[in-house]
Design a protein around this ligand. Structure first.
Ligand SMILES: [Zn+2]
Length: 106
């Protein structure tokens, strides 16, 4: 993902509409590109800040953004673990079928 693509995706990230592969690429870019990280922070501050100002709440948006990213990261890890588990299960099922076939043939 390059910086242009990243910028276009920021609103999607902020509205939590991203799917897993895009989100993964997005988070990777966030970690490696200071400019885009800053851009994300600004856009987050603007969109969340506007909503908050209307509600009149006090807020700590920097922290909120950081917390949001931490939970996204956790979500990604969970997803990856799940994918791996699915892979292992598939292998086990395939082995089970093979064993059954071999057993029938013998
Ligand atoms: Zn970038």
């Amino acid at each position: 993902m390059n910086c242009k693509e990243y910028e276009k995706l920021i609103p999607e990230y902020l509205s939590h509409k991203m799917n897993y592969p895009v989100l993964k690429a997005f988070m990777e870019h966030t970690e490696h590109c200071e400019n885009c990280k800053e851009e994300l922070q600004i856009q987050f501050l603007v969109s969340a800040g506007m909503a908050r100002l209307e509600e009149g709440d006090s807020f700590d948006l920097q922290r909120e953004l950081a917390e949001g990213m931490t939970s996204v990261r956790k979500e990604l890890h969970r997803h990856e673990r799940f994918l791996k588990l699915g892979y292992v299960l598939e292998i086990l099922v395939a082995m089970g079928i093979m064993a059954a076939v071999i057993w029938l043939l013998i």
